[in-house]
Write a protein that binds this ligand. Sequence first.
Ligand SMILES: [Zn+2]
Length: 271
Amino acid sequence: MPESSPTHYMRLAIEQMRLSTGKGPKVGAVLANDDQLLAVGHKAPGVHAERAAIETALSEGKSLKDASLFTTLEPCVSIASQKEPCAQLISRVGIRNVFIGRFDPNPHIHRAGWRALRDAGVSLHDFTADLRKEIDTINEQFIEHFIAGTGPTGGAKFDYQLNGGKFEIQLSDSDERSIVTQWTNRGAGSIHAYAVQPVRVALARYASKFSEIDDPRAFDFTYTVPVNVAEIAVFTSDIGSVLVKVLEVEAGASNGAAQRFVKIEFEVRYQ
Ligand SMILES: [Zn+2]
């Protein structure tokens, strides 16, 4: 395989992915122009892989006009810090082709990064099937021990009987403070949300969307509440609150289900 083939750069992006540090999925990125490698990047706390690669190339005076980006995860459309999202950064610097390793499983970003790039006139391509599988295998190992997410918004699916049912939500990419949520079995379609001091928890009864919740501190807080699918639990502590909507619960073999997990989406509030 020639050194300049797309597959070569995809593999290089996967190598970069393995170097990622910090919480969340591992991500690697490679920038190339024809047969020339321009820069590489991987995810680190507060820095996305695409931005790392782009900033490296620009700091070395390299032009990214008409360049190709190979990224193992769909570029983001909204991030916590004031920095522009990667999809916007990519189109602004003139990158012409983007190769995506997998679409973001976060329901807030899924296919939205692709759409933002398409609408900006960027040409989009997928990694090859075997390399997409390799990416999922690398992050699957991560997901098995998945105990943390990063705000301000996100989604997750985790086994609530591992790690004492704890799931830690970091406030944002740039703010590493976090709120720990805890979950225990309540059968199919429902789950107990627990709060460990100094965190407290409440059920946002009848609310079905995060936007319906004005002040998350207005609820009566306690240490545990039952949460049904489609309901929202509010965890709060002195650093802020996190709204967690339960999307799906599988209770495991004893309830006739093949798996045992809870699927959530969440939104961090600095209130
Ligand atoms: Zn990003």
